[in-house]
Design a protein around this ligand. Structure first.
Ligand code: HAM
Length: 418
């Protein structure tokens, strides 16, 4: 590959070839499933005020503290969205959608200044799926069922597991937070630097530490489970009962806290052991207080973010990306008039075949070159048009796999090949 003076920014990839095709395949499967559940497209912009993310995602989170791409726009601080929920909720408030119920999705690039590695990028892609206005636990389950159906359709269900936990109500979490901080303070000298830093701002995240030296300390820490009130227990039990009935397997993970501050009650992640350390392909949960916290009306919320890059990596690892649709026909056209005729006939073929790929050789090339291109395209048929064919209004059609060749009248081409 030749190096140019310009290269893509670290952690931001050019998507092309099989990756780009895989992206589009995955996205079309997800869109169809979301449509079948009645979810509507809803696309807020990529740029938002920095304060939106500080407020919604939380000052003490890694995302806000060190990962946002932020810049000054003539006195306004703007940020490239690091996730989708804050923008969706902001847009819902702005568009008067904190009344009634709304099932929404958006999709596109998100930006976090993380250390790039396989499966972790600075520009990555997510589906962000959100339900607003429904506080019942069954809304949490609907999202999990959507995910389970997606994994099935994408061919990865055997490779992913659901980990789930409850973060209870904000009141319960506050009481628990105090107990946790007290415990951690008595063991301050055993905390690693990261945990010492998090102790004030985000102590629950310490439970998420992957440092083996912290494992025992975390194992002996007070458990949120022991602090749950009736509301939190009932919500979680209704979620689990519904999952049991739907036959969705899960593992309760008491230390799962997620990295964003807005969660209440249910939180979950779908993880795989096939992608090394970047094994979480999807994560979500409930965020009932968020709209109010952002200055809107009290609105229940629940959602998930599906990491497109990682999900595709897993599909590629397992070989479950569907094959590209076969090209129906490649038009080999000798001369300007034949080319014009080819363009028109190709259009008819596409229409008749419900949009199957049909290609026309547009450059002025020798027959040999055009035949080679037709072979390379993997087309089922090569449709050859030269002076004689134009004169007789018939095309010479070759089935490329068998070499069988026949003459077909232009007017019958679409009906015979499609
Ligand atoms: P999140 O867990 O931060 O949640 O991200 C969701 C998914 O995005 C992750 O599970 C992962 O697959 C993917 N992801 C995150 N960061 C990266 C990265 N640097 N490179 C590649 N993939 C990445 C959220 O963003 C929440 N907004 C989800 C949500 C929606 N919760 C409620 N509603």
């Amino acid at each position: 590959m030749s190096k140019t003076a310009f290269q893509s920014i670290r952690g931001m990839r050019d998507l092309l070839g099989e990756d780009a095709r895989g992206f589009e395949y995955l996205k079309s499967v997800v869109r169809n499933v979301l449509q079948s559940y009645g979810y509507q497209a809803f696309h807020p912009p990529i740029l938002e005020s920095t304060s939106l993310f500080s407020r919604a995602v939380g000052e003490g989170t890694d995302v806000v503290e060190k990962e946002m791409f932020t810049f000054d726009d003539f006195g306004d601080s703007l940020t490239m969205r690091p996730e989708g929920t804050a923008g969706m909720v902001r847009a819902a408030i702005d568009n008067g959608m904190t009344f009634g119920t709304h099932k929404l999705w958006t999709e596109g690039p998100m930006f976090r200044r993380e250390k790039p590695q396989k499966g972790r990028y600075r520009q990555f892609h997510q589906f962000s799926v959100e339900t607003l206005g429904i506080s019942e636990p069954e809304a949490d389950v609907e999202h999990i069922l959507i995910c389970a159906e997606l994994w099935q359709k994408l061919g990865i269900s055997d490779a992913v597991k659901l980990k789930i936990n409850t973060l209870a109500t904000p009141e319960v979490r506050e009481t628990y937070r105090n107990a946790l901080v007290e415990y951690l303070q008595t063991h301050y000298d055993s905390l690693d630097d990261d945990s010492k830093r998090r102790l004030d701002k985000n102590p629950l995240r310490i439970l998420d530490s992957k440092n083996p030296q912290m494992a025992e300390l975390i194992a002996n820490a007070p458990k949120l489970n022991d602090f749950l009130d009736d509301i939190s227990i009932q919500h979680f039990q209704r979620v689990l009962a519904c999952l049991d009935m739907a036959g969705v397997e899960y593992e309760i993970e008491p230390t799962l806290v997620r990295g964003l501050d807005y969660y209440t009650h249910t939180v979950y992640e779908w993880v795989t052991d096939k992608l090394g350390s970047q094994g979480t392909i999807c994560g979500g949960g409930r965020y009932d207080g968020l709209a109010e916290h952002m200055g809107g009306k009290e609105t229940a919320g629940v959602g998930f973010g599906l990491g497109i890059d990682r999900t595709l990596l897993l599909m590629q690892e397992l070989g479950t990306v569907a094959d590209a649709q076969q090209v129906l026909a490649y038009f080999i056209v000798m001369g300007e008039s034949a080319k014009r005729q080819g363009l028109i006939l190709a259009q008819q073929l596409r229409q008749e075949s419900n949009g199957k790929p049909v290609l026309v050789h547009l450059q002025d090339s020798k027959m040999k070159v055009q035949i080679k291109k037709a072979d390379q395209s993997g087309a089922k048929y090569a449709v050859i048009i030269g002076d004689e064919e134009l004169e007789n209004k018939t095309a010479s059609v070759k089935e490329l796999a068998t070499g069988e060749q026949k003459m077909i009248n232009f007017s019958e081409l679409a009906s015979l090949l499609c």
